[in-house]
Ligand binder design. Structure first.
Ligand code: FAD
Length: 274
């Protein structure tokens, strides 16, 4: 069975939250396994992430808050874990997080995601299903692909149940990553993270910063469309649908959509796959 999940980021205003709840209702029709909600490293969205997670749970849907360890103290992380447990959350996405540039890791009590996974297991046993991040095109700060793969294995050995990948537009990078970690003895599901294409400039900027490659042929085609948003979105839907078909046919266990708090782009791809 193909699993489906959707990711939101916490909105800044009440109006934004109301809009997000409407988007959630639209996406709920696709019957996702869970909605995840990102967390600003250092706790910058602590209350807003919690409020949105509660809103999702109250509608009887499963919510998975992201939790990052850099910039948060152990006691802050412990408090949050117990709040989440108290409101019935059963799944978390455990991450290192990225602090604003200039802020180092040195001051953090937990510095890498494997340490956070270990800490969550120590604090709460098997209460939470734990998701971790995976990077088919290598994490941008990793010294080498080999090191990055080893660090991924450490997160799994610390107790992760499943992984969600950084987005990519090259299905081969996903298959290569999965083959490599399977050869290292890793058996957990590795779910591709899917970023719908809706806006060229923002996507290009974001891809550069997070180390996700926007292949030349996609870049050139998007550039050629200029301000023609309809064509960008039509092309984006076609490209992403074709990639998802390949991923699922090649054994991907499901799809996790980075919705950017919009329903339509993810649903168009998902509907094409049904
Ligand atoms: P880690 O697994 O700790 O890896 C970080 C880097 O350190 C890698 O280069 C790795 O090779 C290296 N490394 C890992 N362990 C060790 C070790 N023990 N010793 C030395 N080096 C090590 N960011 C947010 O701030 N909030 C979010 O909500 C959020 N959600 C995300 C969801 C997904 C699905 C993904 C893919 C990313 C998300 N991010 C989020 C971004 C993420 O926090 C960054 O990519 C961050 O730089 C790395 O996080 P990680 O959990 O992968 O870190």
């Amino acid at each position: 069975m193909t699993t489906l999940s959707f990711e939101f980021f916490p909105t800044k205003t009440d109006a934004g939250t109301q809009k997000l709840l409407r988007v959630r209702d639209q996406l709920a029709n696709a019957n996702p396994e869970f909605f995840s909600v990102t967390y600003g490293a250092g706790g910058s969205t602590r209350d807003r992430t919690l409020a949105i997670v509660e809103g999702i749970q109250q509608q009887g849907m499963a919510a998975a808050p992201h939790l990052s360890c850099v910039g948060d103290s152990i006691s802050e992380l412990r408090d949050l874990l117990h709040i989440y447990k108290g409101i019935g959350i059963r799944r978390l996405v455990a991450l290192r997080g990225d602090l604003p540039s200039g802020a180092g890791l040195a001051s953090s009590e937990l510095r890498y995601a494997n340490e956070l996974v270990e800490f969550i297991r120590k604090e709460t046993g098997d209460w939470f299903t734990l998701e971790v991040a995976a990077y088919p095109e290598k994490h941008p700060q990793a010294s080498s692909f080999e090191d990055d793969l080893k660090h991924f294995v450490r997160k799994v050995e610390a107790g992760a149940d499943s992984a969600i990948t950084q987005y990519f537009y090259n299905a081969d990078s996903y298959f290569w990553f999965v083959d490599r970690v399977r050869a290292m003895g890793i058996t957990i599901p590795i779910v591709p993270g899917i970023m719908p294409i809706t806006n060229y400039t923002k996507l290009a900027r974001f891809s550069d910063s997070c180390g996700a490659e926007l292949p030349r042929w996609i870049r050139k085609q998007l550039e050629a469309y200029g301000d023609d948003t309809d064509s960008i979105q039509q092309f984006g839907t076609d490209v992403v649908t074709t990639m998802c078909e390949r991923l699922l046919a090649g054994g991907a266990p499901g799809l996790h959509f980075y919705t950017l708090n919009q329903a339509e782009p993810s649903l168009k791809v998902w509907d094409n796959l049904l």
